[in-house]
Design a protein around this ligand. Structure first.
Ligand SMILES: Cc1ncc(COP(=O)(O)O)c(C=O)c1O
Length: 441
């Protein structure tokens, strides 16, 4: 590729300065699962519609799509239990309640996440405790150790942007300190860390199948656990607070009478999820291969660095994160790459500076920085059991190392259907723009 690309006619004046762009066509949409959606999903959904039985637990002619999806998922990734739910956000709330987290507890989580992570903590009455990320763009195990205190109860480790960070160390620290560990795998379905599937390091793991995820059913989520007792609670919590017997709610077990979230997965969603799940290795394989071809082709360019991925073979590949010497250089690189045609169509978020990545960063969430509440009492911030956290500050500056990474990093979405020509264009554009922008010091 190196040889083929050198001497490109596009080299020379940047498109942002009036030169010829590397490409004119927008990059394909970044939504990974959608490019692979086809007859298989249609057949499974049709089966549910033909049977007129879209509810998973009872109906005229159960098709068992959610059951099959859960079973096949467990067999593929080595989990003992899986429970399909309506979203990744609901899955996080259910996971925290399964671990009995509530007022008086602190949940440690990274400053780069998705708003759902911190929302789940606040809604269950606990206090979020922010932890720095490192250059893996996931929880920094050293800062995690430093932040553990008397109120710490659980950790949410979020496998951001397609790959886990130092999850083995995070799991060991959580275990040693008696903390529940939830792995949020919403952005890394189908990923591994040194041969072990994501979601198998902690007590419970959550997944999302919303449109932007490695596989999608439009909306949807999953919880996995190897613990029988936690599974029982998860089943009750995701439903109406009780287990079911022959499809009907069973209120008779005094050990399992809870408050449910009402977040069941329908069998229609299950059908779509099952079809997509069966393609997950191909989808992630395509993204991983394209992403690492780009990364490797750009190695050695001075001033262009990459996110650390501890286990590249386990990366699912939906994002390439690049790092620059400062915020201005990062901004200039992104603007120049877009002008070269490294961008999606209208509405796409294919090529961004991290400062455009909204509610993925703690200080961009007004409900957090302003300590908002859903009720008039100011719960959970006002709860007497949470008085220990009165001075916690969530505004920019709370995590200086995370803030610095935010300032100087950028994100390129790697579509799951990139052609060799698309990959070549991306490499050519990075080289052209780097030579002009980074070469200037
Ligand atoms: C890291 C992370 N956690 C949780 C969620 C929430 O998932 P959902 O949109 O299915 O509620 C998302 C995605 O939206 C996410 O990226």
């Amino acid at each position: 590729m190196q040889q083929e690309l050198s001497g490109s006619p596009c080299e020379g004046r940047l498109a942002i300065d009036g030169g010829t762009p590397v490409r004119m066509r927008p990059l394909p949409w970044e939504l990974p699962g959608t490019h692979w959606m086809g007859q298989e999903e249609r057949d499974l959904v049709d089966q549910v519609v033909a049977a007129r039985s879209p509810f998973r637990y009872y109906g005229p002619d159960l098709q068992g799509m959610v059951d099959r999806f859960e079973r096949e998922w467990c067999a593929a990734y080595g989990h003992r239990h899986a429970v399909g739910v309506s979203s990744g956000t609901a899955a996080l709330s259910i996971a925290l309640s399964a671990l009995e987290v509530g007022a008086g507890d602190e949940v440690l989580l990274p400053g780069y996440f998705w708003v759902s992570c911190v929302a789940a903590v606040v809604r269950c009455g606990a206090i979020p405790r922010l932890v720095e990320i490192d250059e893996t763009f996931c929880l920094d195990p050293d800062d995690l150790k430093a932040k553990i205190g008397p109120h710490s109860r659980a950790v949410i480790s979020v496998h951001m942007s397609g790959a886990p960070g130092r999850i083995d160390e995070i799991a060991a620290i959580s275990r040693r300190n008696g903390l529940g560990l939830i792995e949020d795998c919403a952005q890394a379905a189908g990923g591994y860390f040194k041969g072990q599937s994501v979601g198998s390091f902690g007590d419970i793991a959550t997944f999302s199948f919303q449109l932007n995820k490695n596989m999608t059913s439009g909306e949807g989520g999953l919880l996995v656990t190897n613990d029988d007792a936690l599974h029982r609670r998860i089943v009750a919590l995701h439903d109406l607070g009780y287990p079911r017997s022959n499809g009907r709610l069973d209120t008779g077990d005094e050990n399992c009478q809870l408050w449910g979230q009402g977040a069941r997965m329908s069998d229609l969603t299950g059908a779509l999820a099952l079809g997509q799940f069966r393609k997950l290795p191909q989808i992630t394989g395509a993204m991983r291969s394209a992403k690492w071809r780009i990364r490797e082709s750009l190695q050695g360019i001075k001033g262009l660095d990459f996110r650390t991925v501890p286990d590249p073979a386990g990366d699912t590949g939906p994002f390439l994160i690049t790092l620059y010497r400062n915020a201005e250089t990062c901004e200039r690189m992104v603007q120049a790459l877009r002008a070269e045609g490294i961008t999606g169509g209208p509405g796409s978020l294919a090529c961004l500076a991290m400062r455009e990545w909204g509610l993925h960063w703690y200080f961009n969430i007004p409900s957090l920085t302003e300590k908002r509440s859903n009720d008039r009492s100011g719960f959970p911030w006002s709860h007497s059991e949470n008085a220990f956290a009165a001075e916690y500050d969530y505004r920019r500056g709370a995590l200086p190392r995370t803030d610095a990474l935010f300032d100087r990093s950028a994100l390129l979405s790697i579509a799951s259907c990139l052609t060799d020509a698309d990959v070549d264009d991306i490499v050519r554009a990075f080289r052209k723009v780097s030579a002009a922008v980074l070469g200037k010091g």
